[in-house]
Design a protein around this ligand. Sequence first.
Ligand code: PEP
Ligand code: MG
Length: 563
Amino acid sequence: MSKVSDDTVITGTGVVPGVRYAEAVWIRPRPALPTSGPVVEAGEREAEYERFTTAADTVAERLSSRSEAADGAAKEVLNATAGMVRDRGWRKAVNKNIKSGHPAEYAVVAATTKFISMFEAAGGVMAERVTDLRDIRDRVIAELRGEEEPGLPQVNGEVVLFADDLSPADTAALDTNHFVALVTELGGPTSHTAIIARQLNVPCIVAVGSALNDIKAGDKVLVDGALGTITLNSDPEIAVAAVAESKLLAERIAQWRGPAETKDGHRVQLLANVQDGNAARIASDTQAEGIGLFRTEMCFLSALEEPSVDEQAEVYKKVLERFPNSKVVVRSLDAGSDKPVAFATMADEMNPALGVRGLRVARANEPLLTRQLDAIAKAVKELGRDENAPTWVMAPMVATAREAKWFAGLCAERGLVAGAMIEVPAAALMADKIMPHLDFVSIGTNDLTQYTMAADRMSPQLAYLTDPWQPAVLRLIQHTCEEGKRTNTAVGVCGEAAADPLLACVLAGLGVNSLSSASTAIAGVGAQLSAIDFDTCVKAAEAAINAEGATEARQKVRDILQP
Ligand code: PEP
Ligand code: MG
């Protein structure tokens, strides 16, 4: 985003890139919630429940008919919301409250609160569904009171829509000719708002927090969905130019077709990071040339016991079969630390990020690893994959040559191509000793940055350190690439750094052969690479390596690549 004058910048998590400049509008307020109410006489409780079911049925039918008119993710989301209004468990909880004498409005609030606590306690994806619960509660209460349905306001012209959270139903009904960007106080990168915003390709920022309340209806705001910034009081001329630039870039990205190469024909393979068959299906609709990181542990986060070899093979096949003629890099279980897997995580470690995680788990439990390798080999065999559809297997958290040799040996016994992630600084520094045991390495910039900078990747306070633009991290990548060239070992990058178009050019300039990222980021990276020569990538890499810090590196590279 360009510079602005006398600005106030509020930051959230950008989930759909794009710059827009328009007036803010707030979503129509939710109905005030009743705290309790007069007791409903025993003889009237049945009729009270009837009143509730009529209102709930009306809301469900309205949502279903919107679902019929929609398509893609919007259709699914509206259908799912209608399903929640029809949910027997929820209705039963409402009925129980009515039976004990509460009026329908309060019975709905109390029943929904109970479900919200349960969902929040479950955490993760379940916690993000809390928005859906609040939404059905509010719609049914408004219907019971004969009030206007809460949600999208009527607008003329272009506006940026602000909300504490957007309900799936509202997001699905969005007319993007009017609502040109979305900003929410709550939500997360996997919330429904984010999913549908991606489908609609409307710039979107979520999880801004309470600072969002500083924005008033009618304020002119500049929203940057890539940086996750909302700027008040920007210079209108600069803001309009930033929007035009962003639209031009979006067009170039939409038109970009792989395989990726620089203007002068230097190839860089662009691959997708996936965690299951569904993500692989989505990736197969993009320009991804294959899969560069299949995070197998993500398939087993809710498994209490280790799945059998046959069961695991079926899970892996769901990913492999989406790329029947391309490379797929499968990572062996990276359990522990931020990815707890019940059957493979050490209990009660003082410092799990520095503890028994990744390949280290298998030192005391080799059969866990060999069963996984057996399952991968079985999936490969049953799908008839060969050198035209190579399946590579890599170990996470390798720190020593001995670990690399051990892993490679186990892979060789099963005819699998072996590699390692370079995400521990020791592995980067010892690349000359590690690489001779392997066919490839893939640099995990997320952990490599965390361990190089001694800064927890989950800490919002340390985000200035956990930045892959840190020259210290780039120097370790440079060293790894040099050793890769010397030992003829393929070097890829599969951390978030590979999703940043400017940093991707730096990585290519350092000698990285492949970049693997969320599949939505691939076209942006490909379009950026196609706009410059390889020499410029090398220059950008030199500038970044020699910068004093991450901010300076970013600025210097921006000046070189986007003068
Ligand atoms: C990484 O560390 O960069 C990586 C790709 O692995 P994960 O994010 O799954 O730890
Ligand atoms: Mg990692």
